[in-house]
Design a protein around this ligand. Structure first.
Ligand code: GLU
Length: 319
């Protein structure tokens, strides 16, 4: 009988600001899931967007994780481990190779000259999360081999009109038809920046990630990513999407909720208090009392995480 390989999980923050309670919720659950089963936890810095990513933010992310006691086994800014680079800004050549593979093995890529303003003006339908479903303006009538365009263009991927299904560890069976739910999507922007969807698939595959834990805001992206796994002939990981933590007004946490940023939380709480609050929100403990990492490791089970879209923060939980 084959013994299953140990889990490999990751936390993949974008260093565009200080983490908030929602970010560390994802980090903690991903950590507990892999470490309670003896696996490896990887920190990947998703600094794809040069305009929004700051080294200072990545340093603070690391500092906040260590303050909570979440030590990664591979990755981070010092790029330590067998699957380096762990910083997306260093992976240009790796994404270029993946794009070349898709260019050579399919006729599904085409140049797209639409600007965001064009798409906003096109009355194209939107996804439930507000993203525009691409109306197909630049899509050739039939798939055809890639031809380099005469002026800068985004590279868009034609999607199939069929259902893509997977079983999410938290949400159970999930199905999506990319043609109606998303439309053809971008792999590389006209300014040369790589799209998250391509980078995340290439990196999760080359880092041998077997379990992706992240917020439910990325549930809709999973079908896009599974399609890329198919085209690149790479084995997909298992996915576990977590309910999003919302403030007491029911809004998703954002940089505006400064009282829930790690900067504020570290001034008013100990790491054990924050761990206890996160574990309580996840359903791992019955009261928000202080907890340690070893205690939570012994308690962790996916069965305790209830599938729901959001977790509303009770008003007095952090006061
Ligand atoms: N970098 C993404 C974010 O910070 C997460 C991507 C993922 O976990 O797949 O939202």
């Amino acid at each position: 009988m084959n013994t299953p390989s140990p889990l490999r999980g990751r936390f993949a923050p974008s260093p565009s600001g200080r983490m908030h309670l929602g970010n560390i919720f994802t980090a903690l659950i991903s950590y507990l899931s892999v470490k309670s089963s003896g696996g490896a936890w990887i920190l990947r810095i998703e600094d794809l967007d040069p305009q929004r990513s700051r080294l200072q933010n990545a340093l603070m992310i690391q500092d906040d994780l260590l303050w909570l006691g979440l030590q990664w086994d591979e990755g981070g800014l010092d790029d330590a481990g067998p699957c380096a680079p762990y910083r997306q800004s260093l992976c240009d050549h790796i994404y270029a190779d993946a794009l070349t593979t898709i260019t050579h093995t399919t006729s599904l890529l085409y140049p797209c000259f639409c600007t965001r303003a064009d798409l906003m003006a096109s009355n194209a339908p939107h996804q439930s999360d507000g993203r525009i479903i691409y109306p197909g303006t630049c899509r050739p009538p039939q798939p055809r081999p890639w031809v380099t365009p005469p002026r800068p263009a985004a590279i868009r991927l034609r999607v199939p009109d069929r259902i893509i299904s997977f079983t999410d560890t938290v949400f159970g069976p999930v199905s999506s038809n990319l043609a109606t739910d998303c439309g053809d999507f971008i792999l590389r922007r006209a300014d040369g920046a790589w799209a998250y969807q391509l980078a995340v698939v290439v990196d999760d595959a080359r880092m041998h990630i077997s379990q992706v834990v992240r917020g439910a805001d990325l549930l809709l992206s999973t079908a896009q990513q599974l399609y890329l796994y198919q085209l690149l002939r790479l084995p997909p990981p298992r996915f576990a999407h977590l309910p999003l933590i919302c403030n007491s007004r029911g809004q998703r946490l954002s940089k505006r909720d400064s009282s829930l940023s790690m900067q504020a939380l570290r001034q008013s709480h100990t790491p054990q208090q924050i761990l206890g609050i996160l574990a309580y929100l996840a359903g791992l403990i019955p009261r928000p009392s202080p907890a340690t990492i070893p205690q939570l490791l012994s308690l962790f089970s996916w069965d305790r995480i209830t599938p729901r879209d959001t977790i509303i923060l009770p008003d007095n939980l952090l006061s």
